[in-house]
Design a protein around this ligand. Structure first.
Ligand SMILES: CC(C)(COP(=O)(O)OP(=O)(O)OC[C@H]1O[C@@H](n2cnc3c(N)ncnc32)[C@H](O)[C@@H]1OP(=O)(O)O)[C@@H](O)C(=O)NCCC(=O)NCCS
Length: 162
């Protein structure tokens, strides 16, 4: 009998405080300078849009990805987008950007904005490939440790016309 290949079923859901143990565990594996639990709590308390992409159900639920975004006047600022390390480079980042773009259009936004570390070439390639353009550089925007010393790293500012 031929095996029937089932696509991985994933669903979007709201990030709630109950998810923060799982979210912060992924966050610390994904970044050298991760957001703290307080950063996520503040974002939820501020009413920012925070969505999770999960697969499976109940005890077998896997967190694939999440984003946090803040609505401005005619733009949405993407504050955090993360795909769990073991699920990166499989298209889930693009799925999250699609979900972000759909929500942002529903809000009447005309632009998406984000910052990305100069050294994060995978993320900036993904954004460029999606259609973002570089619109500026913020000097010394991010903390950065190198050889034990604390220095700062520039951010590339990118925007996407909705
Ligand atoms: C950055 C991140 C969110 C991207 O998500 P991802 O799931 O790895 O990316 P995807 O697999 O969805 O790639 C998206 C697209 O970019 C394309 N792409 C990736 N690298 C590319 C490159 N060098 N050149 C051209 N296209 C590229 C992919 O082919 C894909 O295109 P497709 O959907 O048409 O096939 C994820 O890698 C991540 O969480 N990284 C760690 C945390 C981080 O850096 N977050 C961003 C902080 S600003």
């Amino acid at each position: 009998m031929n095996a029937v290949l089932k696509p991985l079923e994933a669903q979007l859901e709201a990030m709630t405080p109950a998810w923060l143990d799982v979210v912060t565990a992924v966050e610390s594996r994904a970044y050298e300078h991760p957001w703290s639990r307080g950063n996520f709590t503040d974002s939820l308390n501020s009413g920012y849009q925070a969505l999770l992409l999960t697969a499976g159900s109940d005890a077998n639920t896997t967190l694939l990805a999440y984003f946090v975004a803040m609505k401005g006047v005619d733009e949405v600022h993407l504050l955090n987008i993360t795909v769990s390390p073991e699920h990166q480079r499989q298209g889930w980042g693009r799925v999250m950007l699609d979900a972000l773009a759909i929500w942002s259009r529903q809000q009447g936004a005309q632009w998406l904005w984000l910052e990305v570390r100069v050294s994060n070439t995978h993320a900036s390639d993904v954004y460029r490939h999606y259609g973002f353009n570089q619109v500026g550089v913020r000097r010394n925007y991010y903390p950065h440790s190198t050889a034990g010393s604390q220095v700062r790293e520039d951010a590339i500012v990118m925007s996407f016309a909705l």
